[in-house]
Each structure stands twice: as C-alpha cells, then as structure tokens.
Unconditional design. Structure first.
Length: 312
C-alpha cells in the first residue's frame, strides 16, 4: 500500500517538474520603473492579466532612484527583461537611454512603455494618450469625428491625450490652462503635428477667464490636471453652470472615481467618464506590446476596481 502511494507521488512530481521546465522556458520578466513604486497598481493588473490569458510571465515593481536610472536600463538589457512601464519621475529621463522612440512618444516628449525586441533593442512608446482615447471610445458614446474638445490643462497628460485625439480623427481641440502661455505653446505644437500628419484639425487656446465666461462651445470636456484628486476632492476647474446635458465630461483623475467636476456634470445631465479606463487601457496597450496577445481588459479592470474599493 505504502509503495503505491510513494510511486504515485513520484509520478506527480515528475509531471510537475516537466511542466515547470516548460514554464521556465516561457517565463519572462516585466515590470514598472517608478520612484516610489509601492502604490503602483501595475503589478497587480499585469499579473492578473498574465494569469487570465495563461501566460507564465511575472510583472514586478522596481523602485529606481533617479540617480540609478541608467544602471536600471543597463540591467534591462543584461537580464533580458521583456519590457517595463515607466512612470514618475522617469518618463522623460529614460528617453536618451533607449535605442528607438516611437513617433508619437517623441512628439509627446515622454515614454511610459519600453519594449525589448528580439534583437535586444529597447524601443520606447507612450501608451497613456492612446489608452485614454481607447477608453473614451469604449466607455462613452463619443463620436470622435465630430467632437469639439475643450482640454483643461496643458501638461504632459494633456499633450499625450491631444496627440492621440488628433491622430484618431478629432477635428477640433481648444486648450485652456491656468498658465496661459503653456496652453498657447501646446496649441502651437499640436497645430504643427496636425500639419505634418496632414490631419487638417483645428487647435486653439483660450484664456482661463474666457472659459469661465463660457465664450466657447464644446461637446466634450477633458480634464487633464490633478484638480479634484484626493485629498483635494472639493476642487473643480470649471463652474457647474458651464456643464450641460449635450456634452460628455471626462476626468483623468480616478481617485476618487467621481470627482467634483463629474458629480456636477452628472447633476447637469451630462454623460460622464472617469479616469480609471485610461489607466486600464494604457496598461492593455502595453500588455499587447509586451506579449503580442490581446489584453484581458475586463479582468484588468476588475482587479484594479477591487483594490481601489479596498482603499488602494
Ligand atoms: P502631468 O504630466 O500630470 O500633466 P504636468 O506636466 O506637471 O503634469 O502638468 C500639470 C497640469 O495641471 C498643468 O496644466 C497645470 O497647470 P499649470 O501649467 O498652470 O501649472 C495643471 N494644474 C495642476 N494643479 C493645478 C491647479 N491647482 N489649478 C489649475 N491647474 C493646475
């Protein structure tokens, strides 16, 4: 009797060993470079995604001090890491350390995804803007080809979003920003991008007070600043009376999911869109670059939402 049991265990072990060898061969390491990294939801999201599509890869948070970024990129090469996401404060600093940068990431001036190709070359992409636009298309009734967008903010996030809005066919963007000169500068850069890409879009900028007076018309408002983010949940960049039912109001903030701007937009009858989708889809696009496999978007959303509901 005992002998039989032992033999059975041996067989099981052999089988497990066999499987493990196959897994080891297919396993690759991915990760996120951040400083600090402990609040990043990317490891949770990507590891759940790998499991959902039955890939044996692992995704790891790497806390990289800014002074050590160059070493970290060298380690990417040496250790054959498949790719990484890159976040604050490394999105610009990593650019000169890569072999190639995708056109849109060059235009945006920031990289959030690095992929190692089969030849070992590191290519940088920016999936934030594309992720935002995919999320807007998937989660709202927006018709991009007739969208007149008011973009609130003129920083890195605004630029990434605007580039992809134009690339995906949006015909008109108006930019407003607390520091007007940055809105003007961004409008100039986007006009040039639109010309170079033969996109024929209209890009303008507005004074912050002009927006307050309502001397504009938009059917989509996209809030790209940190206004309204926890703990400043009582702040909103636009007065409620400027929001109405014939518009989509979108906020890239996802903590809280419903910012004051979105709550007021909802009260005014507008369709609302929160920032979680941008995070999910930037990850989904990166996942496709990393693995070549379509990302399990709903599973990714589920684990992130669960974590946020637990309180981050
Ligand atoms: P990100 O990459 O997250 O966009 P950024 O490039 O530093 O970060 O840009 C932050 C954006 O949020 C800017 O448009 C900034 O406005 P300024 O250009 O006037 O600084 C905007 N922003 C941040 N806090 C703000 C606040 N309290 N009120 C108005 N605008 C704010």
């Amino acid at each position: 009797m005992e002998e039989v049991v032992v033999r059975k265990q041996d067989t099981e072990l052999e089988e497990v060993d066999g499987e493990e060898n196959v897994m080891m061969n297919n396993q690759r390491l991915f990760g996120v470079f951040a400083y600090p990294v402990k609040h990043s939801l990317s490891p949770l999201m990507h590891n759940a995604a790998f499991r959902a599509v039955k890939l044996e890869h692992h995704y790891q948070g790497f806390e990289i001090h800014p002074d050590l970024l160059e070493n970290a990129v060298a380690a990417l090469r040496t250790l054959h890491i498949g790719g990484v996401n890159v976040t604050i404060p490394h999105k610009q600093a990593i650019m000169p350390l890569l072999d190639e940068i995708d056109l849109e990431a060059q235009m945006i001036g920031a990289v959030n995804t690095v992929v190692r190709d089969e030849q070992g070359r590191l290519k940088g992409y920016n999936t934030d803007g594309a992720g935002y636009v995919q999320s807007l298309l998937a989660e709202t009734s927006v018709q991009l080809s007739s969208a007149k967008v008011l973009l609130v903010g003129a920083g890195g996030a605004a630029k990434g979003i605007a580039v992809y809005l134009l690339k995906m066919g949006c015909p008109e963007i108006m930019i407003t920003n607390r520091t007007t000169s940055r809105a003007e500068e961004l409008a100039g850069q986007l006009q040039q991008y639109s010309r170079e890409q033969s996109l024929d879009a209209q890009v303008s900028w507005l004074d912050w007070p002009e927006v307050q007076e309502g001397s504009w018309s938009a059917n989509v408002i996209i809030q790209t600043t940190s206004i309204g983010m926890w703990p400043h949940v009582e702040e909103s960049p636009l007065p409620k009376h400027l929001l109405h039912k014939d518009m989509i109001v979108s906020d890239i903030v996802y903590n809280p999911l419903e910012t004051k701007l979105l709550q007021e937009a909802k009260q005014q009858g507008a369709e609302i869109h929160h920032g979680l989708g941008m995070f999910i889809y930037q990850g989904a696009i990166a996942f496709k670059y990393f693995t070549g496999v379509e990302a399990p978007v709903e599973r990714m959303r589920e684990v992130v939402l669960e974590k946020l509901r637990e309180g981050g």
